[in-house]
Design a protein. Structure first.
Length: 330
């Protein structure tokens, strides 16, 4: 092999360039954790009855985008349950139903170019709808939470993802209610069976205006909860479930955006602008409860990677087998 000084210099430059693509950086107040190249920060805001856990990668790609995912927790769930872990004898079953931490690791492994920071947002009473009812000026408070988290990572110019499951959707609507228009730095909004609080009069105009920016994305996942009978009674009212609310939102958006709809016995899929706007509604002829199953079966991954180059069946299938199993921490 010819190893001239010129070739060696070029090889060193190449290696240096590769190394500089990503760098290890412990963020202010963060602590390095575990074997997944992660760092975390816990914030306890007792005055506002709020707990936040922020999980960031240890290595940031300087040439990639940084996505700050604000994940509002579902009713009744702790941050630890929401993150998930490998189950051991005697563990609470809630540890095995969402696995947002493992799904985040899967996304980071798949999309090495970009940086994903996830902030878990928990109301201390474990219910964002109840929290909003008991806190005066809740819309302003929620807007302040979002702005302060974005400010913490301002050097990375983060694109913000508003995401949440179940009652976590109430946090998202609280934010929408607290701003005159949805800011441009809100890159994506994802409702994981969580848009119970959608109101046409309050939200449609803002969402439509925001979606006119061709870079913005909306993802809505829901199932037909109107057919579920629980303890002898309907699980939701005829107009109170996510099946009704998601369908209503899609119909209202269809007045301004062209949708293509496909349907089979499993799903109704409404898609607009090549998937930049996406409603996937799970059919439910047997009246089963799929509320959290939608998250467990790769729903969080889909909510982040929809309308990207990774939105392909060869990588993962929404509502398929867990693709993130090896990233579940013990």
């Amino acid at each position: 092999m010819n190893r001239s000084p010129y070739n060696i210099i070029l090889f060193v430059i190449f290696l240096t360039g590769c190394v500089n693509l990503s760098h290890s950086q412990i963020l202010k107040d963060f602590i390095e954790t575990g074997r997944y190249d992660e760092q975390e920060l816990w914030i306890k805001n007792g005055h506002d009855s709020l707990t936040i856990n922020i999980n960031a990668p240890l290595h940031f790609n300087k040439k990639g985008e940084t996505f700050l995912v604000l994940f509002a927790l579902p009713n009744g769930n702790s941050i630890e349950w929401t993150k998930g872990k490998k189950m051991k004898l005697g563990d609470d079953w809630h540890f095995d139903i969402q696995h947002i931490a493992a799904q985040t690791r899967y996304v980071r492994k798949l999309d090495k170019k970009n940086n994903y920071i996830v902030a878990y947002l928990m109301a201390d009473n474990k219910s964002w709808p109840a929290w909003k009812r008991t806190h005066h000026g809740s819309y302003d408070l929620i807007r302040g939470f979002v702005d302060s988290l974005a400010e913490r990572f301002k050097e990375y110019h983060p694109k913000i993802v508003l995401n949440g499951h179940s009652g976590g959707g109430s946090f998202i609507f609280g934010y929408l209610d607290g701003v005159p228009r949805i800011p441009e730095n809100i890159d994506r909004i994802a409702f994981l069976d969580s848009d119970y609080g959608y109101e046409d009069n309050f939200h449609t105009k803002k969402i439509i205006e925001w979606l006119r920016n061709e870079n913005h994305k909306l993802v809505v996942l829901a199932y037909n909860d109107s057919l579920v009978i629980y303890n002898g009674k309907p699980l939701v009212s005829p107009t109170g479930g996510t099946w009704y609310r998601s369908s209503l939102m899609q119909r209202k958006l269809a007045e301004d955006f062209p949708f293509k709809t496909t349907a089979d016995t499993s799903f109704i899929d409404h898609s607009s602008w090549n998937g930049r706007i996406r409603f996937i509604l799970k059919q439910n002829p047997n009246g089963l409860i799929y509320h959290t199953v939608q998250v467990e079966k790769n729903g969080f991954i889909f909510s982040l990677l929809s309308n990207t180059k990774f939105d392909r069946r060869k990588y993962f299938t929404y509502f398929g087998d867990r693709v993130y199993g090896k990233y579940i921490s013990d």
